[in-house]
Design a protein around this ligand. Sequence first.
Ligand code: HEM
Length: 135
Amino acid sequence: MKKDIENHIDIKLLVDTFYDKAVADESLGPIFNDVAKVNWGHHLPIMYAFWESTLLGKIGYKGNPMDAHFKLNQQIKLTPEMFNQWKTLFIETVDENFEGKIANEAKQRAVSIADLMYYKINNYYNAPGVAKEKK
Ligand code: HEM
């Protein structure tokens, strides 16, 4: 029986394994490597903090995920297929390594944040930094 997601080491395994898959993925890999040219030494600790605060209630993540992806979407159009692939790889990563209450929550949170993110970046008037006056 696999264990649940319980501590920093588990979060690190989740995040590291997910990004190994994402970077190797045909559709998502180039976004991280070529478009965003991600500095992993910088990005991974942010992701550990994000998931630790989302799943384990730890304080520490101070960023704005919606804003980051709104900017990314201006560099490359993020499609429903890309979001589906992101969700598939995340769920696969959780299922391959963990099981339990928090593991289930991780999958649910990932899917709901992904769906909300897709909705927001495709809704002009919700986008940060965009003038809110109606045309
Ligand atoms: C098609 C789907 C997605 C792609 C291609 C993508 C890609 C990226 C990229 C390129 C960055 C910036 C990394 C950097 O330059 O440091 C980023 C940041 C981030 N992503 Fe995603 N992402 C996707 C979906 C998601 C989803 C669904 C979540 C949450 C469940 C998420 C959570 C985050 C967070 C927390 C950050 C850090 C933002 C900050 O700097 O505070 N991403 N993502």
